[in-house]
Design a protein around this ligand. Sequence first.
Ligand code: ADP
Length: 545
Amino acid sequence: MKGLIMDYPLTTNTILEYGNSVFHKKKIITYLPNGTRHEYSFGDMYKRCKQLANALTHKLGITKGDMVGTFAWNHGPHIELYYGISGIGAICHTINIRLSAQQTEYIINNSEDKVIFVDATLVPLLEKIAPLFETVECFVLLNAPKDFVTTLPNTLHYEDLLADQSEDFDWPVIDEKDACGMCYTSGTTGLPKGVLYSHRSTFLHATTIVAPNAGNASSRDTFLLIVPQFHVMAWGYPYMCLLSGSKMVLPSSNLKPETLIKILTEEKVTKANGVPSIWLGIYEAMKKNPPKEKLALEEYLVGGSALPMSLIENFEKDFGIKGIHAWGMTETSPLGTLCRLQPNHDNLSYKEKLKIRAKQGVAFPGVELRIITDDGNRAPHDGKTMGELQIKGAWTVSSYFKTNNHESFTKDGWFKTGDVSTIDEDGYMQITDRTKDLIKSGGEWISSVALESALVSHPKIKEAAVVAIPDKKWVERPLALLVFTTPQDKPSNEELISFLAKDFAKYQIPTDYVEIDEVPKTSVGKFDKKEIRRLYAAGKLTMAL
Ligand code: ADP
């Protein structure tokens, strides 16, 4: 028997309409690429979304199912594009501005973008490859001065596009299972693959992450959205903030730690998101130059790479700010797990609590996790047995765009994450590695992530990346690349070995350490282990310690 409840559309339009009707006075603040501050309300943004919907439909001829690209920083107009494009049933394809020219050309042609909205400061990146675009009919310039000169063909200014457009627009009826957005994976482990989000998945992800156990967002909060809008829809925060009525602060390209601290201070930001390297940079800058007054910042949500226990501890000890750990993938919209302590942890020691907080956390409602071991069995929830993490849920990818990647899915419908992890008896998941990054030495697995976390807790180490290198006797051995806090005063090889001996068995401890200036990173700031292995194979990493 069917329930007798209305079939109400779970679409991005429902989110936008709600945000406008309940929180129209709430503000969106942008620090534009030229450093100037812009402020307007959800209500103003709403009207411009409708103008954009009219312009897309009547001026640019965009219709349902068309792909519209954005190549932009985090700012108000980019929020308008999220809602305006999806609102008419077209697909907002956010293009990662940090991919190589070759990857960018590949994804623009693969997605068949019809129009690309591009920030003036990013235009040079597209100019070089624009002649190779097969489907792009025009480019719309964002934040560009009137006299902006470019070799891009068929350009229009965003403000000219919106000018004279009506603020009335009737949203079309959209099937909630239709696509609303698309993001390609950042290609850490291969060619970027398109993940097509539906209105329903976006809506469900957004309503779920508002909760206190999750993003912990309310109308009293001010969120700084550091995660780029070009990466997995900024982790869903532009949707979450409209549902919770939280003020949004968007930094565009103002991402230097000192500038972010200034923004955090001036806007009295209470919560923020970002990858660990951003928060490490902010911590170091605050340590060097402590803010005169305590920041309003209560917590920062970290994902994308493991949040080191030492960073959680230091930020909290020195500035009273909490690090919250989350895990996800482009393929999981992205939030899959999040880590907060529960009342049953109250009696643990601070160190024991920290150990739990450094885990990636428990699954969100609407998401299921399991771990499959090498022999194909489901691992027990004992916090020890490692295996491949598999996921299914209401916002997990079911297939990649235009490809039949059967190898990414199991026969019984789970997505294979490529991450290796454990789950403990309370359901807390901990990533130990990526399948391709695991180190197998003398028949035993070694977790590169655990070694990295331990190494950066050493006061003289700023960054640590561990990869497997071939070894005649052990098949593979761990190699640690280290960036030192003060290169004049670095620990010796022996010191490092005895430092790690506190937590690791002898066979797990790297004997080889290399000093580098900076760990090579991917477009979204993760350690680029493919590149590290390539440098090693090319003999470009010498044993320095
Ligand atoms: P790509 O797959 O191209 O790197 P994603 O941003 O989708 O791009 O990356 C997802 C991957 O990032 C996960 O599969 C996992 O390996 C890693 N990751 C994400 N969050 C965490 C975290 N909190 N701790 C450790 N690794 C993480």
